[in-house]
Design a protein around this ligand. Structure first.
Ligand code: ADP
Length: 740
């Protein structure tokens, strides 16, 4: 069951008071509810006899035509239709209609004098001119108050403005001479609770025709269509919250009108009118008032936007200069704080601080570094968002009481975990005059045994300490943009540093390669020499050396051979690194494989190996010499690392992987351990002991060759069962055959 309107609304529950389902109307008209589907009357205010001369019970269940003895159609009362003038038992009414779920809600307001409905609209043209002449917000507000009073004749008209905390301040006023001035007075946010503000945003103009009225209950209270209380928040006749009525009575007000001033979709303030006695404005007058409030809203928006634009242009230009400074300085902190333009100029403040890699840079009036350490670690870092601002820091962080003179206002911007920028605003002691003591906004009403709104609206001055001037929305945008700029500058800087480091690394690598190339090259001749001398020793001095000596001699020859292989491989690897442009041609794969196997002299060197070559292997596009080396190294490894098997098998073929023709060499040898699958393609990385001969460079050469051919190579393996080396090359160019 949906909540019903509470029997007793008091100040404890008034902020949550469900005024939309209050179930009662004001007494200056009749609320009538019909079923939308058939226009039968389902609910009506209990004051029908007074206005229509028909008791409510007689109306319930009857069709609407029973009441309106005139031609009409359902369309006349559709959502959005214009108010209809109707006659009931010789009395004229204006009917305002709207829908609420399945119901059609009709507000019958008596029409006394049928005046010119456009009379006010004509006046409004003049108003527009007056508004446009106003130079300042104060002038605009005062003009709006005067015009409203002139048009509608209320005893007091005020322009009421909300602050960030929804306290209101009277910023313009006109009134009867004998009334006490309320200009400059403030009213606490609780005076107009949140749900009333929300309704103002929706309905814009609201009147209370007679504060001393007796609310008229709807009969029945629960809608027979939905079984729930009917939402009548949009009815102009909806009854007023009893708390609000009491509040107005305490103020000595007899009737009121409030029109919303809405700026950028937010309730900015109200045109608030009070009358000492009852006062009703008809629909047309209320529409004029709505129009006036709308024009005022537009003018205020224009005012605010143009001043925002001015400020934002200034901030923009300062920010641009800061960015230029950051680009030309090595040190960001210096760029922001010590050059000709400073970050303090970006946001209106008394001082600021930059925290950068555990160091504070302080500028202007600020708390001490020790105080800031604590503020940062114990408060700012706890904030969930990177932007934080307050004008009353000590209320949130009591320690800040010590330095409230310099930093009652704090605006903090987090750039990264070790970079923050803070701005401070000094305390501005203000004397605020409230319309009644806001501390005593309620008192215990003995008679009615409940809390009541304050009775006294005597001016009550309060000295506000620990507050700074407020921060502005523009500050937030400016700070966000600055953060982007700083991050960008830092990112570019980091990227440049990485690039420089990379270039250095490449250079060092090249140097190393050149060095090893030189070394290998220079070693070649002496090793060859040694080889020659060892050969002479073997041939001519074997007898002198004896069998033991010959054994050592053979070992030395073996070692020089190994040295030769190593030198050859290093030179080959370096040579490949220096090739800028690979001369390519079409290469017959099968013919090349045959050539290699012949060279390997399989029957002698690998007599047990079984070799399969898939038929119709595609031709390759590449450098013949390099591809020869590539296949030789892969096949040699496959034969070498499977040679321990009883029946070594090596298989060469091609398969399609990711739509690419990919060659493979499969063997059933020792396999490659998972952690070595990438490593074995690096220089000098061997995954085996001395049992297998090798230099550890073969696969590094293979990888370089594959990369020079815009391809890739990888291995799949099950240790102990064998390996498959896959590689692909840049595919054959279209038209490559044409030159054959
Ligand atoms: P090596 O001269 O050691 O063969 P490579 O660069 O050709 O040098 O190979 C590097 C390492 O990769 C080898 O030491 C070996 O551990 C492993 N490897 C290469 N091919 C195979 C293979 N077909 N089966 C098992 N392991 C292999």
């Amino acid at each position: 069951m949906d909540a019903q309107y509470p029997v007793q609304v008091n100040l404890d529950n008034c902020a949550k008071e469900p005024i939309h389902i209050i179930g009662k109307s004001q007494a200056h008209g009749v609320l009538l509810v019909c079923d939308r589907s058939n226009l039968n009357i389902t609910q009506a205010g209990e004051n029908t006899s007074e206005f229509f001369g028909i008791p409510v019970d007689e109306l319930l269940g009857k069709p609407l035509s029973f009441l309106l003895k005139m031609p009409f159609s359902g369309h006349d009362f559709e959502e959005g239709s214009l108010p209809q003038e109707v006659e009931v038992n010789g009395k004229k009414f204006l009917v305002l209609s709207h829908t609420s779920e399945e119901s059609l809600v009709l507000d019958f307001e008596p029409l006394s004098t049928v005046g010119d409905p456009f009379f006010f609209q004509k006046q409004l043209t003049g108003i527009l001119n007056k508004f446009q002449e106003a130079q300042s917000l104060a002038q605009l507000s005062s003009e709006a108050a005067k015009l409203t009073r002139k048009m509608f004749g209320y005893d007091r008209v005020m322009i009421y403005r909300f602050d960030e905390e929804w306290n209101g301040e009277v910023i313009a006023e006109t009134k009867n001479d004998d009334m006490e001035p309320w200009l400059g007075l403030r009213y606490p946010a609780t005076d107009i609770p949140q749900q009333s503000r929300r309704l103002f945003l929706k309905h814009r103009v609201r009147i209370i025709a007679n504060v001393h009225y007796t609310p008229v209950p709807l009969k029945p209270e629960i809608s027979p269509i939905t079984g729930k209380p009917l939402d009548i928040s949009r009815s102009s006749l909806r009854a007023v919250s009893p708390i609000h009525i009491e509040y107005l009575k305490n103020m000595g007000v007899g009737a009121s009108l409030s029109a919303a001033i809405v700026v950028k979709g937010k309730l900015w303030g109200l045109i608030a009118c009070h009358h000492n006695t009852a006062k009703h404005l008809d629909f047309y007058q209320r529409e004029s008032c709505r129009f006036l409030a709308q024009m005022l809203s537009t003018e205020i928006t224009l005012h605010e936007t143009s001043s925002l634009l001015n400020h934002s242009e200034q901030a923009e230009s300062i920010r641009r200069k800061l960015v230029a400074q950051m680009k030309s300085h090595d040190n960001i902190v210096e760029a922001l704080s010590r050059d000709s333009v400073k970050y303090l100029e970006l946001i209106d403040c008394g001082g600021g601080a930059i925290f950068h890699i555990n160091q504070w840079e302080l500028n202007g009036n600020t708390p001490t570094k020790e105080q800031l350490d604590s503020l940062l670690n114990n408060f700012i870092k706890q904030q969930p968002k990177s932007l934080f601002w307050t004008r009353n820091l000590s209320a949130l962080f009591p320690e800040a009481e010590e330095y409230k003179k310099t930093a009652s206002g704090l605006f903090s911007l987090k750039i990264s975990d070790n970079k923050y920028i803070l701005w401070f605003k000094p305390e501005v002691v203000q004397v605020v005059t409230w319309g009644g003591n806001p501390q005593n906004k309620v008192f215990y009403n003995e008679k009615e045994q409940r809390l009541s709104p304050r009775k006294s609206f005597e001016k009550w001055s309060e000295k506000l300490t620990g507050f700074s001037e407020p921060w502005h929305e523009l500050d937030r945008n400016t700070a966000r943009a600055l953060r982007e700029n700083i991050s960008h500058v830092l990112l570019v800087r980091q990227r440049r540093e990485i690039e420089a480091l990379n270039a250095k690394l490449i250079e060092a690598n090249q140097e190393l390669e050149l060095f090893s190339y030189g070394l290998s090259h220079d070693l070649r001749a002496p090793v060859r020499g040694m080889e020659g001398f060892l050969k002479i020793l073997r041939e001519d001095y074997s007898e002198v050396l004896g069998s033991e000596g010959v054994k050592y001699l053979d070992m030395s020859t073996g070692l020089t051979q190994k040295m030769n292989d190593l030198i050859d491989d290093i030179l080959e690897y370096s040579r490949l690194g220096h090739i800028e442009k690979v001369e390519k041609q079409k290469v017959d794969t099968e013919a090349m494989l045959k050539e290699i196997f012949e060279l390997f002299n399989l029957p002698v060197n690998f007599p047990r190996a079984g070799i399969t070559i898939q038929s119709n292997l595609p031709v390759m596009w590449g450098n013949r010499r390099m591809l020869f080396q590539l296949w030789s190294n892969l096949l040699n490894n496959a034969l070498k690392y499977s040679s321990g098997k009883e029946k070594p098998v090596v298989e060469v073929g091609v398969t399609s992987i990711n739509d690419r023709s990919t060659f493979y060499v499969r063997d059933n040898g020792i396999g490659v351990a998972e952690n070595l699958k990438k490593k074995i393609f690096e220089t000098f990385q061997r995954g085996v002991g001395s049992k297998f001969k090798g230099t550890g460079i073969g696969l590094a050469i293979v990888k370089r060759i594959v990369e020079k051919h815009a391809g890739d190579i990888w291995v799949e393996s099950k240790p102990g069962e064998g390996s498959i080396f896959y590689f692909y090359l840049e595919p054959l160019k279209v038209g490559a055959y044409a030159n054959d």
